[in-house]
Design a binder for this molecule. Structure first.
Ligand code: F6R
Ligand code: ZN
Length: 413
């Protein structure tokens, strides 16, 4: 699809004011009926208009009150909630990944709208300085969620067909509204895992990645959030990022005059970068990460990673291609050369004893996930001195693999 509008629910998607709702219900239930509100009962109220919440809570707590009285208490709860918003709302309530998502959409000229059933929505976004191009007035639509009306109203405001719009929700009723409207549905959290969304993510951290993909951008993931571990220590994994430019690997390419000419012109392109979890260097642990190798070439020779043997020679490695196309070039100490195509969805095993290098033969970034024994270590020197026995070229759209005549002279690191 070509995305032309992004429509967001507010609570649980853009901000989290759950705690304020809880505190407000807690206060009125205690003041009015001496009830101690519980987190479990609060679950009944998520994503539901306040009068319905009050009816559900009255049933749950066996409250005997007239409908008028229930409505009055629900209104009091709203006043208590608004008071909390006025006094305690801060950046802390903005969910992670949201500012980045809104910035990304703005940079690509995609308008944004808010489709919240809450009358407090304009106040919240205004106070937090979040910019949306349009906020649908919930009173302007005939039916609330799960009816599609509020999402359709957003699309109509921009004169767009629903198929060009993406809706984001965390609650089942909201996802039903998006689907009913005929929009692409991005769902967040457990309700989305049940199959009700076109794209399901576990948290808002992942929204920049989802919208990046919808905009056709190369994956730009939030590594700190994307790597989850149960390591004893550190509790929060550290992710190391390494960027290698042409100047870091000038001697690796066959056409040395071409390399020198580029560097002298002040051009020093990024050839690849990788992000790796700093797992303890212990034989029982696995290190894993992602390498992005950019498309391009020097004198026709395709961009490649440096390549290495593992210091612990007897350790293999798995590469799984997420995006792009290329090859894994490997060779062992006896000169046995093996290479394998890399394409999305395929896994390649770089066997123990084989030096390995990625080569990008395509037009887009080649992105691979890798995993290997955390204490394997890297020996760049052995293969760096002799160079790989094969070089990969792309000439006139054709891929050619040639025996290497020149050997790497650069002092490997
Ligand atoms: C780890 C491994 C990969 C590479 C990465 C960069 O053992 O094979 O993580 O380290 O693709 O390539 P090099 O290390 O060759 O610069
Ligand atoms: Zn390796």
């Amino acid at each position: 699809m070509e995305i032309q509008l992004a429509v967001f629910d507010l609570d649980g998607v853009v901000v989290n004011t759950d705690e304020f709702h809880f505190l407000a219900w807690e206060q009125v239930l205690l003041d009015k009926w001496g009830i101690r509100h519980t987190r479990q009962a609060e679950e009944l109220t998520k994503g539901i208009p306040r009068y319905t919440c009050m009816e559900l809570l009255a049933e749950h707590y066996h409250i005997d009150a007239s409908p008028e009285e229930l409505r009055r208490v629900a209104d009091e709860k709203n006043l208590a909630y608004q008071n909390l918003l006025r006094t305690r709302l801060s950046d802390k309530q903005i969910l992670s990944g949201i500012p980045e998502t809104l910035r990304l959409l703005r940079e690509h000229g995609i308008p944004t709208a808010l489709a919240s059933s809450s009358h407090n929505a304009p106040f919240i976004v205004e106070k937090l300085g979040l910019k949306f191009d349009f906020c649908v007035d919930p009173d302007s639509v005939a039916h609330g969620k799960p009816a599609p009306d509020i999402y359709l109203a957003a699309a109509r405001r921009f004169g767009l067909p629903p198929e060009a719009c993406v809706g984001v929700e965390d609650a089942a009723s909201g996802m039903a509204a998006i689907r009913g409207a005929g929009m692409f549905c991005v769902g967040i959290g457990v309700p989305a895992m049940g199959g009700g969304a076109d794209a399901a993510v576990s948290s808002t951290d992942q929204l920049p990645g989802v919208f990046g993909a919808l905009l056709g951008l190369p994956p730009a993931l939030n590594w700190a959030a994307g790597f989850s571990t149960a390591l004893a220590a550190p509790a929060v994994p550290t992710v190391g990022t390494t960027v290698r430019r042409l100047s870091h690997m000038a001697g690796f390419f066959g056409d040395q005059p071409a390399v020198r000419a580029l560097l002298e012109r002040g051009e020093d392109p990024v050839i690849y970068e990788f992000h790796e979890l700093a797992a303890p260097e212990h034989p029982g642990d696995l290190s894993f990460g992602i390498t992005t190798l950019y498309p391009g070439g020097i004198g026709g020779e395709c961009y490649m990673t440096k390549g290495h043997f593992h210091r612990e020679l007897d350790t293999g490695e798995v590469y799984y291609t997420l995006r792009g196309s290329g090859m894994m070039m490997t060779e062992n100490m006896d000169g046995v050369v093996r290479w394998f195509p890399l394409s999305p969805g395929s896994a390649v095993y770089a066997a123990k004893g084989f030096a390995h290098r990625m080569v990008n033969t395509g037009d887009e970034p080649l992105v691979c996930f890798f995993a290997y024994r955390a204490d394997a270590g890297h020996d760049y020197r052995t293969i760096g001195i002799s160079g790989f026995r094969r070089r990969v070229f792309r000439r006139g759209g054709k891929i050619e693999i040639e025996a290497a005549h020149t050997h790497t002279k650069e002092e490997p690191q």
